[in-house]
Design a protein around this ligand. Sequence first.
Ligand SMILES: [Mg+2]
Length: 300
Amino acid sequence: MSTNHLPDPPARLREQLRGVRGLLLDLDGVSVLKGRPIPGAIEAIADLDRRRIPYRIVTNTSLVSRRTLSRQGASIGLQIPPERIISALSATAAWTRRAFPGQPLFVITSPDGRAEFEGQHLMDAAAADAPGAWAAAVVIGDSADELTYPNLNRAFRLALGGARLVGMHRNPWWLTPAGPTLDSGAFVRGLEYATERKALILGKPSRAFFVEAAHELIKEIAGVGSSAGSRRIGRAALAMVGDDIWSDVLAGQRVGLRGVFVLTGKHGPAELARAAAQRRGGGAPDVVAASLAEVVAALD
Ligand SMILES: [Mg+2]
């Protein structure tokens, strides 16, 4: 198969990625930046499809449902079906579905994001404000319009009343066309401070998120090819490709994935050096690559 539209990878990269059979790909800073495709990313993902190399997009982007995310990707040329996406939003909805079936939840998310919670019991503002209101969990997600003081105060009161405090992720900020932009992790921290409780985080960098995503991918790899199904596929056969050294790369490595850091996003050499020098929670990626395109071109 010709891959001559992708850059020629250094031999070092081929060696470091030998044996990788599936990819977990962060979205922002790997395939997309400030709402536009990163050079080579469209071709790289098309190449994965052509070569039938299984992958999942694993993203903390939780402003919209996977279906909408997929449509938005298509509008800028990225062809990613919803079933290949695992978002902090979808992972959180899957967890509340299992943990609290039929029980009331107070969820701060966009109207579109609510689609991921289909069939679950979501309280509205009036129900949350009713005297003696009770929720099994309060979930803090992304939505510029819903992360209001009244909603955060509802979440605070319900959490004091016994609801489990859940954050889709803990990201403090992200890059948009307007520049660094406040993210919902900052509000999760605020509620932890006010309630003196630790939130359960279900997106990256939580261990549960990566384990679930790896499990899904390994199942797919085991189903592809004739003899592969019977062989045990370890997590080291999967690479986590991300632009966040801590939340993507080191967190992925902690569950046994190969950690691939790409230089197309928010972190660069300064963060690499900082992570390497950190005594707790630091470390070095297994692989450093210029871009997703370079990673895909280096796969066997
Ligand atoms: Mg990213």
